[in-house]
Ligand binder design. Structure first.
Ligand SMILES: [Mg+2]
Length: 171
């Protein structure tokens, strides 16, 4: 039986404005705890937005849009003081833009400094890490319930794959 190193984890996903780390920012974030408790926020954003994002992400944003300060406050409140491992899927940009949202130095970050990536877990069991939906289906998850590229749905999928993979029953 597989056991993760820690149960102090929080699942999340972000949608962001573009792939240039200098200008890119979070547009929406979904966070889910093992318990299933959820937070979803869409953020005010006035900067440039990539073409792919215009087509695939913007139509999924419905508002209301919160200011970044408000987003930080609500994320901190949701995450709490336990410094959980932040766990997402292909986490490079999620991590970077999450760090950017909270600014530097890192001391203000609500999650533990070391992020965890579920694509690495999938890679480690010999499956294609690019195919999260396929792997979820293999685990017996009904993938039709998730709208891809919606931050809350993506975060739910990460949680559901992770808890299924480790056979974790929510307390
Ligand atoms: Mg996403």
């Amino acid at each position: 039986m597989r056991r993760p190193f820690s149960n102090n984890v929080i699942f999340y996903d972000t949608e962001f404005s573009n792939l240039d780390p200098h200008t890119g920012e979070i547009l929406s974030i979904g966070m889910v705890k093992i318990s299933g408790e959820e937070l979803y926020l869409e953020l005010e954003h006035a900067g440039p937005v990539g073409d792919w994002v215009k087509e695939h992400i913007i139509p999924k944003l419905k508002g209301p849009y919160v200011r970044r300060e408000e987003a930080r406050r609500r994320i901190k409140e949701f995450v709490g003081d336990g410094k959980p491992y932040a766990l997402s899927y292909v986490n490079a940009y999620d991590t970077l833009y999450f760090y950017k949202l909270f600014g530097f130095p890192r001391g203000d970050q609500p999650c533990y400094w070391l992020p965890v990536d579920i694509s690495s877990i999938i890679f480690g069991v010999g499956k294609d890490p690019a195919k999260l939906f396929e792997y979820a289906a293999e685990l017996g998850i009904d993938t039709k319930q998730y709208t891809q590229h919606h931050a809350l749905h993506d975060a739910r999928l990460v949680r559901d794959v992770y808890t299924k993979f480790f056979a974790i029953e929510p307390a």
